[in-house]
Design a protein around this ligand. Structure first.
Ligand SMILES: Nc1ncnc2c1ncn2[C@@H]1O[C@H](COP(=O)(O)OP(=O)(O)OP(=O)(O)O)[C@@H](O)[C@H]1O
Ligand SMILES: [Mg+2]
Length: 277
């Protein structure tokens, strides 16, 4: 049995959330032993997890744990070495074009063109996403309003603060109203007020469009605020998957905070044991 399976089954199947019971179509995202190797290094190791429609799912792990590599595979930007995944029933590899239409992606690095205005960035993406020409102005306006950038829409992005740029990127990723949104460290480097603004926009998107969100973060307060289930990656393997209550049960730490559990699963003796170290 692999490392991921041991902890995964402890956390996931202990409290009733079970893929086999629910059937594949209830999941907007499902992976099966998804793996990525770079030469000798296994960056993502046989990771199996599912995200329900409308769910907010947190991917946690220390620097280099494999979070971005996992998201790059799930957004079709990196081919898996082995294993499989599907988005709303579409195979990640065989139906990559369909998958790309069903997802939005806010990468860890900046992705807006700083030499254009917010509106221009959105216009380019509206064309890329094949949004009908007649619908584009209204769609762009509604996204600008959703992320609070109406007043700044005609300013060059290079004059934006970090928080404004991040909000634009989230807007860009939601322009085609995908059912699944990937956010890779959405609030890194932002001040507390800007972070909370991002949280509010993400919650608003979920309320308005029912979008499922898969996010990585190093801030446990952020993960706990936004997400109802979590996966902890360690050296590429999933060492725990579940709700806060399920993670507490798996760790036998009934009062632990998410911070405590992060420490337990990523560096505590239990983590060593799970990896046979
Ligand atoms: N293109 C690549 N070629 C070789 N190794 C890579 C490549 N991309 C990532 N890696 C390695 O894979 C491992 C996982 O990296 P990844 O970026 O997925 O981690 P992460 O969990 O996102 O970390 P962080 O929290 O720092 O963003 C690291 O050891 C990294 O050096
Ligand atoms: Mg990363």
């Amino acid at each position: 049995m692999s490392d991921g399976q041991i902890a995964g089954s402890a956390a996931v199947h202990g409290d009733g959330i079970n893929d086999a019971e629910h059937g594949e179509m209830n999941w907007v995202l499902a992976t099966d032993r998804l793996t990525k190797r770079f030469g000798q290094l296994t960056a993502v190791s046989a990771v199996t997890f599912s995200v329900a429609h409308g769910e907010a799912f947190g991917i946690l792990g220390r620097n280099g744990a494999g979070k971005t590599t996992l998201i790059k595979m799930l957004t079709t930007l990196l081919p898996p070495t082995s294993g499989s995944a599907s988005v709303a029933g579409h195979d990640l590899v065989r139906e990559a074009a369909a998958v790309r239409r069903l997802i939005g992606y806010v990468p860890q690095g900046l992705s807006s063109d700083a030499d254009l205005t917010a509106r221009e960035n959105l216009q380019i993406l509206a064309a890329l996403y094949d949004i009908p020409r007649a619908q584009r102005p209204a769609r762009i306006q509604s996204i600008l309003s959703l992320v609070g950038l109406e007043d700044a829409a005609n300013r060059l992005v290079k004059t934006y603060s970090g928080g404004m740029t991040r909000r634009l990127e989230i807007g860009q990723a939601m322009l085609h109203r995908p059912p699944l949104l990937f956010l890779d460290e959405p609030t890194v480097g932002l001040d507390p007020v800007a972070r909370e603004a991002i949280w509010n926009h993400v919650q608003q998107l979920r309320a308005e469009f029912g979008v499922a969100v898969c996010l990585t973060t190093h801030y446990m307060d952020e993960a706990q605020h936004l997400c109802s289930r979590f996966m902890v990656l360690r050296n590429g393997a999933a060492v725990a998957i579940g709700t806060l209550a399920e993670l507490r049960a798996a760790a036998s730490l009934p009062d632990a905070s998410l911070d405590d559990l992060f420490g337990y699963f990523t560096e505590g003796p239990a983590a060593q044991e799970m990896h046979g170290g």
